[in-house]
Design a binder for this molecule. Structure first.
Ligand code: BTN
Length: 241
């Protein structure tokens, strides 16, 4: 089912409130033309021009076999978007850890997954996706771009959404059946700058160079440093410059 809203504070918050009030089917989709309090990663705001982009939240339940598999939903979502965009011939796609979708060096989509832990031990997840589709003005967001800016043409937002949901349903089966080896392999194949020297910054080390080795099953980033040691970082502990 698709619930189409004109304006809402945040589709993630709307869906989280809905599941507290009533039974909601697996893969229920909420979209909005406009968000007044769109949420990004790490408490940031998600700004997007009205009606021009994909703003959606998808409910996923009965999928995570246990809490250890939680990062796999990030992977499945990122891959669902990348597989869809690949079919649309969007060039130079990659996934910047943990789950920004890039075309070249520009971010075109972001993912915010919020997990709700229920009394009987099950996990229900709200998969929030913001994909820049037909917006062309990124004056305030110099590191972002959109499908239109990359390809020069307008895209039908709902068609793209339906493709992402269908890819996501297929990928979630691999999580449910604990067949995640493929997911991990594809994720690493698409990982931005894997194996290449990149500049990082964090509170304890300042600016430094490192080479991304892989992402661990718990979602931590493994980086080879200049002194030949390997360090792991959580999402809040490091920024890629
Ligand atoms: C990021 O910071 O990269 C994540 C952005 C996620 C934005 C989407 S838009 C739909 C959904 N509702 C929200 O409030 N946020 C997510």
């Amino acid at each position: 089912m698709i619930i189409k809203l004109d304006a809402i504070d945040s589709t993630n918050d709307f869906l989280k409130e809905l599941i507290q009030k009533q039974e909601v089917d697996n893969f229920t989709v909420v979209t909005a033309k406009k968000q007044t309090k769109g949420k990004g990663q790490m408490g940031a705001q998600w700004h997007t021009e009205d009606s021009k982009n994909l703003i959606t939240s998808i409910l996923i339940k009965e999928t995570l076999p246990n809490i250890d598999a939680i990062f796999e939903l990030n992977i499945a979502t990122a891959l669902a978007i990348v597989h869809t965009l690949k079919k649309l011939d969007i060039p130079d796609l990659s996934i910047k850890w943990p789950n920004d979708i890039m075309s070249g060096n520009k971010k075109i989509a972001g993912i915010l997954i919020e997990n709700v832990f229920q009394e009987h031990g099950t996990i229900v997840s709200v998969i929030g996706i913001g994909l820049n589709v037909n917006q062309t003005d990124f004056t305030l967001l110099p590191k972002a771009s959109s499908l239109k800016n990359i390809t020069g043409k307008d895209w039908d937002i709902e068609t793209i959404l339906l493709q992402i949901v269908s890819e996501l349903e297929a990928l979630c089966k691999d999580i449910k059946t604990k067949n995640s080896t493929n997911l991990w392999q594809h994720y690493h194949n698409w990982l931005y700058k894997i194996g290449k020297p990149v500049a990082f910054e964090n509170a304890s080390q300042g600016k430094f160079m490192g080479i991304i080795q892989k992402v661990q099953p718990n979602g931590l980033l493994e980086v080879l440093l200049e002194n030949d040691t390997t360090q792991t970082y959580g999402i809040k502990e490091i920024a890629m410059l």
